[in-house]
Ligand binder design. Sequence first.
Ligand SMILES: [Zn+2]
Ligand SMILES: [Zn+2]
Length: 303
Amino acid sequence: MKSSLTVLGSNSALPTSERFSSAHVFQMHGRFFLIDCAEGTQILLRKNKISFSAIDHIFITHLHGDHYLGLFGLLSSFNLLGRKKDLHIYGPEKLQDIITFHTEYIENEMSFSIVFHGINKNTTVIFEDKMLTVSAFSMKHRIPTFGFLFKEKLKLRNLKKETIKQYHIPIKEIKRIKEGADFITNDGSVIPNDILTIAPPEPISFAFCSDTMYNENIIPIIEGVDLLYHEATFSEEFSQRAKETFHSTACQAATLALKAHVRTLAIGHFSARFKDVSILENEAKTVFENVIAVRDGMKIKIS
Ligand SMILES: [Zn+2]
Ligand SMILES: [Zn+2]
């Protein structure tokens, strides 16, 4: 499996006996990215059999307690386990002060370094390696809040092996051809690239949007993603409450999914008042067919 989203906690502000608050693991090509780290996250990592040592990058959307208060327990456990690898934390700039305050009071010196990457409204790409990029973008919430876009990089084209012999392609030309160039033979004939290569699979993309009120400004950013996770704290009955608290209804999340032509919509960050979240899923489905109302422990595959 190339990519997946594991939902550790799907509730908003208050954890319930059934649902923890915001925490998710996005996995791509063997990399594990923790998105939000509410209270209980380390227990949920254990329950979902995700190794602590696999987590090298943590993305915090904003500084409401239901999104980051589990961070300090996790940092403490990393320290007790003698972690050596650097830990990269990405979040609103003020988070740095909070982390510094907590780590100062840890009894022994930290066994690992925290590399903090502050995000502000002008920040764009916050992580990049040879497989993917992660970008941050602003949400519309009561305090500075960021969404994250994970984008797999387009791979090189696959060269059809038999064409090497057929057209006497020298090794030094292979890289250029894989990048899309045509091949010119010794007698000057042009062999078009699509005869020599097969297009690579479409790159995968995933957008995480929570917490936020309905905001069409993000449509160009999330346009066409394979999976959109969007908060749906309330049902339509509570649309006024959603507006007042800078949250979204399930129908609003679905409207964005529809307008941004995403493939699949996952809704979460549910208000604790909904014991059964099928009401939210059904409301969203009246607008956009391909909706999943997430639950804790759910793993959504992206292929
Ligand atoms: Zn929240
Ligand atoms: Zn919030």
